[in-house]
Each structure stands twice: as structure tokens, then as C-alpha cells.
Write a protein that binds this ligand. Structure first.
Ligand SMILES: Nc1nc2c(c(=O)[nH]1)N[C@H]1C(S)=C(S)[C@@H](COP(=O)(O)O)O[C@H]1N2
Ligand SMILES: [Mo]
Length: 307
């Protein structure tokens, strides 16, 4: 199967800059600064697009080949093309998800039980990575609010934290001391309760493959892809805003909210446009990734400050 190659010049992956920052912090100032200048992203290329009014473009689901061979999953590799092969052996059955914290009914949910408890629906969503590429993915899953309703959050619960499996034997990327493992993510309670927010267990009617976060992962389509945490083993309800993997790694660049927003650039590149995998050229990026129905969640909030 021929996969279209995505030029690596297109983006600066999160980890490249992060390791550079760490490098700087550790004292190699001059060398680090030279690298930083050399790798600055090309923003000018996008200015023509930024000026024009976004026109709706058709959203055709990406192919199964594309969705399962171009992945961000740092537990396995920084290389998107390498994740599929390196994650193939991940043991995803049996699998349990613990739901705990500020809930009336904490519990341990076996994946088979979860699949039977909730009708599995198809949800075709755009996925916009913070790096500037996007896909359209036909997920199979169920709204997170259905699970939250069963565990009955306490009134003090204002946030939900999600945690990926920690198993450096199976996930060799977790041996990299540059990052704090396991990968964690979080949502405000109203974001977690929104009907667009799903726990996905499949793609194109098939069970998730490891590279896409098997056997169960979060999908929050109006936020940058890094919020959609993979291979979840724990869901914890909390009173305070939880730390997240990327906001811990690089707080100036990645915040808690991470709503897709063409008007708020990443410190190192514009977010005004994106490259849809499988297409040439770029598309305008839509606010909230085009999911305008979530706008009321952020009424009165400064989305520049709360990036
Ligand atoms: N545990 C974990 N979850 C993760 C990631 C990761 O590295 N580890 N990468 C995130 C990023 S940056 C993106 S863009 C999406 C990619 O999902 P996909 O590979 O299924 O398209 O997963 C997100 N979830
Ligand atoms: Mo991403």
C-alpha cells in the first residue's frame, strides 16, 4: 500500500523544540540558540491564506490506511510512521479502566463490560493536531457523559483527569526521562459532559488498533489532538484543574484548554491553516475545529490567555 509522504519540513514536532528547551535549560546556550534559529517554522507561507475568508470545504473521511499509519503516540516513537509497527504487540485484553475520585460510585470497568453497557455509535470527527495537520476519522464509541452519569460525580467534582497505561516494558518511549510519564490529560466538567466528547473503542467499525489508542481513548474534536489521550486506564474526578502531559512539558506552548483556534498562534507557528492528510495545499483552520456548538462553554473567557 502506497502512503503519501508528508514532508518533515512542514512542521516542527512538539518534541524537537521541547528537547531544545531542555538543552537550553541545561546550559548549552549558544549551541541551543543556533539550532532554534535554524529550525524556526515558516510562517510567511501562510499569510495569503490567513487573509482570505474561510470557505467551507468538503470533509471526506481519511482512509483506514492513513488513519492507522500516521500517528502521534510518544510512548512508542516520535516518528509518526513508526508508531504502527512499534505498537503492534501492545496487550489490550484484558483491560480495565478505574473510575475514581470525587464520585459516589467508583468502579473498575472491564473493557468488554464497557462495550456492552453503552451503545457503540459512529461519530465522524475532524482531528486537528497542534502541529498543523488534520484528518477526518470515523470513530466508534459512546459519549463520556453516559459513563459519568453512572459513577455519579460529587458536587465538588469540577475536573476530570485521564491517565494512559504506564508500562515501560511495552511502551519503550516511557523510558525517555525527558518527559513525565504516564501521559495525563484533563477536561473541565462541562467539557467532559458535552455530547461531542466521546470515549472511542473503534474506527471504521473495527476495534481500535494500538497505534490509535487501543482499547479505549478519549476524543474531544474541538480541541487540539493532544487532548485526545490514548489507551486510558484511569478516569479520576477532581476538584482542581489537573496537570496535563504537554502543559507540564512546555507550559508556555501548551495550555489546559487547547481549543482549536486560528486566531491564537502557537508561539512558533501560525494556527491559521492546516494540511489535511491526503491532500496537497492547506485548508483554513476553523475556530473550535468547526464545532461551533461548544462556543457557549467559553463565553466570557479570554481564549488567548486560556490557550
Ligand atoms: N497517551 C498518548 N495519547 C496521545 C498522544 C500520545 O503521544 N500519547 N498523542 C496525542 C496527539 S499529539 C495526537 S495528534 C493524537 C493522534 O491520534 P491518532 O494517532 O489516533 O490520529 O493522539 C493524542 N493522544
Ligand atoms: Mo497532536
Amino acid at each position: 500500500m502506497h502512503m503519501e509522504k508528508i514532508p518533515s519540513s512542514e512542521i516542527t514536532p512538539e518534541h524537537v523544540y521541547f528537547s531544545r528547551r531542555r538543552f537550553l535549560r541545561e546550559g548549552a546556550l549558544l549551541a541551543g540558540a543556533a539550532l532554534l534559529a535554524a529550525c524556526a517554522p515558516q510562517i510567511s507561507r501562510e499569510s495569503a491564506l490567513t487573509a482570505s475568508t474561510p470557505t467551507p470545504m468538503p470533509d471526506r473521511p481519511n482512509t483506514y490506511e492513513e488513519i492507522t499509519n500516521y500517528n502521534n503516540f510518544y510512548e512508542f516513537s516520535f516518528s509518526k510512521e513508526a508508531v504502527a509497527k512499534l505498537s503492534a504487540g501492545l496487550v489490550t485484553s484484558p483491560w480495565e479502566v478505574r473510575v475514581e475520585g470525587l464520585v459516589r460510585n467508583p468502579g473498575i470497568y472491564d473493557l468488554d463490560k464497557i462495550r456492552k453497557m453503552f451503545d457503540q455509535e459512529e461519530r465522524i470527527y475532524r482531528l486537528r493536531c497542534v502541529e498543523g495537520w488534520s484528518m477526518v476519522i470515523p470513530w466508534v464509541g459512546f459519549p463520556l457523559h453516559k459513563l459519568l452519569k453512572i459513577v455519579e460525580p460529587a458536587s465538588e467534582a469540577r475536573f476530570v483527569q485521564f491517565t494512559t497505561l504506564y508500562d515501560p516494558q511495552q511502551m519503550p518511549g516511557q523510558k525517555n526521562k525527558m518527559f513525565e510519564w504516564p501521559y495525563v490529560e484533563g477536561l473541565r466538567m462541562d467539557e467532559a459532559m458535552h455530547d461531542l466528547t466521546i470515549l472511542a473503542t473503534g474506527i471504521y467499525g473495527k476495534d481500535l488498533l494500538p497505534q490509535n489508542g487501543a482499547p479505549i481513548r478519549l476524543v474531544v474534536p474541538w480541541k487540539y489532538g493532544f487532548k485526545s489521550i490514548k489507551s486510558i486506564v484511569k478516569i479520576e474526578l477532581k476538584a482542581d484543574m489537573p496537570p496535563t502531559f504537554w502543559s507540564e512539558a512546555s507550559p508556555d506552548e501548551y495550555g489546559f484548554y487547547a481549543n482549536v483556534n486560528p486566531e491564537v498562534p502557537h508561539p512558533r507557528w501560525s494556527q491559521a491553516s492546516e494540511r489535511r492528510i491526503g491532500e496537497s495545499g492547506r485548508r483554513p483552520t476553523l475556530k473550535f475545529n468547526g464545532y461551533d456548538e461548544v462556543a457557549p462553554l467559553y463565553e466570557g473567557m479570554d481564549l488567548r490567555r486560556n490557550y
